[in-house]
Design a protein around this ligand. Structure first.
Ligand SMILES: Nc1ncnc2c1ncn2[C@@H]1O[C@H](COP(=O)(O)OP(=O)(O)OP(=O)(O)O)[C@@H](O)[C@H]1O
Length: 239
């Protein structure tokens, strides 16, 4: 379902401080810009089967979000191969794929289109998405007026109401109020029992142990350990 072979990702950061876009362009044209290159992911191979719920753990900066973005097709790895079978619903940075100036309703269609759903399909699911998000009273307001919890509810509702085959979640369950967190956990459990493959990042060992069938521990861009939730969480916590 998700197949990663020797996936590596290199980022380049400018070494010198550049004060304006103009200065950047001039120096780039003159070949004066110096970059520092670093590998954020280094030779990741991973195989995730249909219906598995896999958690990713690791310190800040270990490369977890980068790996999720690569699997979601948002970033292209510098090296290696990624294969995914099925529709992928990524819930990554809060509000990515949203337009601040559009209303909640318009963003459902925009975000849905980015996820690859047709307008007709989204129309048929629209009421369900709004009901799940509990944003009926705000759905015709521009989302710049939404709180971060409201945005998260909208993103979660769009991504999950449509029964994706692969769900990719970056820490989203930590956002939102207690009632919505409970509801979203139930929804995740439903998806998981319905055969959706789930890959998610969490810093909560409790959440990882509650939800995951397998855990992958990333360190310095490499897979340090992979195994059952209990096994990996114990090793990670003791590290
Ligand atoms: N677009 C980018 N350009 C340059 N460097 C980046 C870019 N995106 C991420 N990085 C760097 O890559 C490293 C890994 O980042 P990533 O967000 O994948 O880590 P993470 O494991 O998800 O961390 P956290 O637990 O803090 O969310 C960090 O050092 C980060 O600064």
């Amino acid at each position: 379902m998700i197949d990663l072979t020797d996936v590596s990702m290199r980022f380049k950061l400018p070494r010198d401080k550049v004060n304006s876009l103009k200065e950047y362009a001039v120096r780039a044209l003159r070949g004066e810009l110096k970059f520092e290159e670093f590998w954020v992911l280094d030779g990741i191979s991973l195989n995730i089967s249909r219906g598995e719920v896999v958690g990713l753990v690791g310190r800040n900066g270990a490369g977890k979000s980068t790996l999720l973005k690569i699997i979601a097709g948002i970033l292209k790895p510098t090296r290696g191969m990624v294969r995914t079978g099925g529709t992928v619903a990524p819930m990554l940075e809060l509000g990515s794929g949203f337009d601040q100036d559009l209303t909640g309703r318009e963003n459902i269609f925009l975000n849905g289109a980015i996820l690859g759903y047709s307008k007709q399909f989204l129309l048929s699911k629209y009421d369900e998405i709004v009901a799940f998000s509990e944003l009926q009273d705000f759905i015709h307001a521009p989302i710049r007026n939404y709180s971060s919890g409201m945005l998260m509810r909208l993103a979660f509702s769009i991504a999950t109401v449509v029964n994706p085959e692969i769900l990719i979640v970056d820490e989203i369950l930590a956002v939102g109020d207690a009632a919505f967190q409970k509801k979203s956990r139930q929804r995740m459990a439903e998806l998981m029992s319905g055969g959706t493959t789930v890959l998610f990042v969490s810093h909560s060992m409790e959440q990882i142990q509650e939800l995951c069938s397998r855990v992958v521990w990333l360190e310095d861009g490499k897979v340090k350990m992979t195994g059952s939730a209990q096994e990996v969480c114990r090793a990670y916590a003791g590290n």
